[in-house]
Design a protein around this ligand. Structure first.
Ligand SMILES: Cc1cc2nc3c(=O)[nH]c(=O)nc-3n(C[C@H](O)[C@H](O)[C@H](O)COP(=O)(O)O)c2cc1C
Length: 197
């Protein structure tokens, strides 16, 4: 089994346009593997600039925001590569492209980890954050998933949100439930759409 960490990848286009995308990464000593599904702005930007930044963040609003059309998040310049990191990130790694493994659906970008910076410490696991991540994955696949499966999974995930969410997690949850409601009007009972009871 390969361990995957859910992160936020920031890249810039050759014209300097910042792009923010949640992405699962595979970290090995000295390298990070990115696996963007085509079509992907992240893929285009990495191939053009040969650089990316991986942000290790516990702010789940960024994950939920990106999959619900909220793609603008405050960033600061990276130090060693052409690019940016998220302002609020706990830590970030600056990456250079080592190898591009072509694939029609899901190319692999093997990146060299050239600079790591810690900004703040890990504050412990939070069940609502994990639940928001799972719900964000569901929302990113709304077009492919059966409505009853979504209803069932959201019902379970909502337990952790209702018990353990802070403000940020509640907001992220609301954005995700709005997106589900928009795609499947009337699917969600009212109590699931709210984040605290
Ligand atoms: C937790 C999480 C993990 C994700 N991991 C990936 C991934 O590994 N590869 C990918 O292509 N998209 C992934 N996505 C979906 C992308 O963030 C989304 O489709 C995004 O728009 C990527 O395309 P882009 O590079 O054009 O922005 C993930 C989404 C979430 C919420």
């Amino acid at each position: 089994m390969t361990m995957i960490h859910e992160t936020v990848v920031t890249t810039v286009s050759p014209e300097g346009v910042v792009h923010v995308a949640p992405m699962g990464i595979v970290a090995s000593p000295g390298t990070i593997l990115l696996k963007p599904f085509r079509p992907s702005v992240t893929l285009d930007n990495v191939l053009a600039t040969r650089a990316a930044v991986v942000n290790f963040t516990s702010d789940v609003r960024i994950f939920a925001g990106c999959v619900t059309g909220r793609k603008e998040w405050p960033t600061l310049p990276a130090q060693r590569v052409t690019g940016v990191r998220l302002e609020s990130t706990l830590a970030h790694a600056e990456l250079r492209l080592l190898e591009h493994r072509e694939d029609a659906q899901r190319p692999q970008l093997l990146m060299q980890r050239i600079h790591d910076v810690q900004h703040a410490g890990f504050e412990g696991f939070n069940r609502a954050q994990s639940a928001v991540l799972e719900a964000a994955v569901l929302v990113s696949r709304l077009g492919m998933l059966d409505a009853q499966k979504i209803l069932h999974e959201v019902g379970y995930l909502h337990i952790a949100v209702s018990k353990t969410a802070g403000e940020a997690e509640q907001q992220a949850w609301r954005w995700l439930m709005e997106a589900i409601e928009k795609h499947h009007p009337g699917l969600l009972p009212a109590d699931l759409a709210g984040s605290r009871q």
